[in-house]
Design a binder for this molecule. Structure first.
Ligand SMILES: [Zn+2]
Length: 258
């Protein structure tokens, strides 16, 4: 059984149909990640309606102009298991003011994660040193670097700080040698898998709308890359997911069977 540790179900053409296809394809759980205030009620409603869907609440670095004041009020809602996604994206932050806003938003969400005892979901692009400095400033916070595409040195430092590394369908793309190199070496007890649906559909679905069912493609690719049975990879990544996201929440939900 696979768990899609990061997707945006609320942006799919039909979340209900996609969830059914995911279940038929061995996907036993899905984390639906919030990115801004305007979409959050849809995210929370999906998590409340489905026992195999959890939610996170946060402002994406590319949505920082939407603000952060709304986040805290949603953290106690049912099925919320994380803060984010937050982080830094300097590949799209055009100027110093945008970077400053991203840092402010990221720090606020790290603070919330610490105070509420929740893990954090981090998006990081072209901002290795500022991202790592922020993680170092909040040593009690744990989380994941999602859809990881940065250097091995960054992955290693984040893992030293207790973070997980999540691999998306990018690992199947022809040009993603650097992602494959990292994905091959992340210790199995630090690895998560995700789709980031509706974006980044893995080979052989490139160009189509991505959906949680396709996490199995990424899992099979990763298992082969690492010389593992896909079942072993599924068990390990699902156990990691539970360890990171469900340990505080376990009493409230039916445990995911592994
Ligand atoms: Zn995302």
């Amino acid at each position: 059984m696979f768990i899609d540790s990061h997707c945006h179900l609320n942006y799919l053409n039909s979340a209900g149909d996609a969830l059914n296809r995911a279940r038929q394809n061995g996907v036993g759980g899905v984390l639906c990640v919030g990115v801004d205030e305007s979409g959050i009620e849809e995210v929370l409603a999906l998590a409340q309606a489905h026992d195999d869907v959890w939610a996170s609440v946060g402002t994406h670095p590319q949505s920082v102009e939407d603000g952060i004041a709304w986040i805290e009020g949603k953290l106690a809602r049912p099925s919320v298991v994380a803060v984010g996604e937050t982080g830094l994206d300097y590949t799209t932050a055009g100027n110093a003011e945008m970077r400053r806003l991203q840092l402010y938003s990221f720090e606020h969400q790290m603070n919330l994660a610490e105070r509420y005892g929740l893990p954090v979901i981090i998006h990081t692009r072209g901002a290795e040193s500022d991202t790592l400095t922020m993680l170092e400033n909040f040593p009690r916070v744990q989380g994941v670097l999602h859809c990881f595409t940065e250097s091995w040195a960054m992955a290693e430092r984040a893992m030293d700080l207790g973070y997980f590394i999540s691999i998306s369908g990018i690992v199947t793309f022809a040009k993603a040698e650097n992602v494959r190199a990292v994905a091959a070496d992340v210790p199995l007890d630090r690895l998560l898998i995700e789709t980031d649906a509706p974006w980044l559909a893995p080979v052989p679905y490139r160009g189509k709308e991505n959906e949680p069912a396709f996490v199995s493609q990424t899992a099979e690719f990763l298992a082969q890359l690492r010389g593992l049975e896909v079942g072993a990879l599924a068990r390990a990544t699902s156990a990691n997911f539970r360890r990171l996201f469900l340990s505080a929440d376990a009493g409230k939900r039916n445990p995911v069977s592994l």
